[in-house]
Ligand binder design. Sequence first.
Ligand code: NOJ
Ligand code: MG
Length: 528
Amino acid sequence: MAPDATPWWRDATVYQVYPRSFQDSDGDGVGDLEGIRRRLPYLAWLGVDAVWLSPIYTSPMADFGYDISDHCDVDPLFGTLADFDRLVAEAHSLGLKLLLDYVPNHTSDRHPWFEDARAGGAHRDWYLWRDGTAERPPNNWLSSFGGPAWTWDEQAGAWYYHAYLAEQPDLNWRNPEVRSAMAGVARFWLERGADGFRIDALRQAMKDDQWRDNPPNPDWRQGDDPYHALLQEFSADRPEVAEVVAVLRDAAEAAHAADGRERLLIGELYLPVERLMAYYGYGIDLPFNFHLLQTPWRAADVGALVETYEAALPDGAWPNWVLSNHDRPRVATRVGPGQARAAAVLLLTLRGTPTLYYGDELGMPDADIAPEQVQDPWGLRDPAHGRDRARTPMPWDDSPHAGFCDAGARPWLPLSDDAATRHVARQREDPDSILMLHRDLLALRRAEPALTAGAYRTVALEGDVLAYLRGERVLVALNLGEAPGEVRLPGLSATVALGTARGRAGQRIAGGAVLGGGEALVARLDHS
Ligand code: NOJ
Ligand code: MG
């Protein structure tokens, strides 16, 4: 790459597909690779640039694919390697990149490596074992899904560590054999055409080498998630995580050198803003910025977050934004249906690379999941944390099961209640739909580079209204409240390019504007 060329992912919008729920093609009620392939033209039409697939590898599905038993094959539920090859070829022919999920922290307990380790074989030191007695775990570390992070293994006569389920034993990345095996996994998929990885649970991939107890969290209150009763000081975000990133960076650079296609590394990192920044230095292109998921939906809070994040970015680091994913409530539910359009405008007009979660472009809400329908292992342990509600099938049209699967099939999770009316086919025909808003915003991003790369500057924060400039060309104003709000914009005059109230396009703005509740607009400044 010429030194001044911009990597493709800086101008890109990433679209996350949860493969089980996008499109079923074989009548088993579970989405699959062939289903995704058939829907690629939709994604090209929508105007996203890269598709990230949650795990598609061979798995007992204790955590729906985040428990891998063969890293170099496709689970039969999703298809075959040949299906993958067709999918990646077709994505590329449509101008779409394909990103895979890479899970370094753990494998399935049914992975041959772990089965051998447990039996005392050559892979023993590929996992994290501690001696002791069955009565007392080696330290106080907790599993993200509840309970201790240690399981006593009768066969091995020792404890093993798992940051997630007991079915997901953590790998020992201090072992050079693990590094080289996992580097091989990365190369396998990059050489097969993947354009990069979203790296799962990255902050946890290295742990304290002395296994020190985690300290109590002084801010934790009775009734909060017990996992947060301790600070993850020794079990996450250790400086040695940089060594894991280096292995992946090398694989990405080798693939780039071999075929000239630049690869993207995204890190899944739930960390404070200042800690996220370290991961740019480690070699992650986009340390996922999840802060919008956690920030109250108020203009002052969102505005402060953007300022803090922008100010924290190291030189040359590229920002990114996320509103939903398969682990969290959907944005339309979290901010409320009256705010979903403003949320779309925010996501697609902040500086940096946005990631859009499948279905959010329809304003899809979280679904109601009856107790007997729960699938998620976390939800089974603790209903408050159930993630199924944000993982329900994509509604495509008005046929049975909204076109997700054949009429005679039974979808693995129920569709959301409004799927019969909230679906792609209907919204495509409706210029006022939230789907068309997303499409128009994505088209505007392409037409107006200031929206991707132009400097961010807050120009007003008044009540519920946040307004900012992108470069010297574009003004964005959002009313994050339910009531109409006025914003003063002294000295600014602009023409609306696109608004959540579609009739506003073409209107003039001079010195200020009144926005309805939940209204947002993007306007081109006059002088530019
Ligand atoms: C984060 C993933 O996003 C989540 O779905 C999964 O359960 C855990 N990592 C464990 O892999
Ligand atoms: Mg299927």
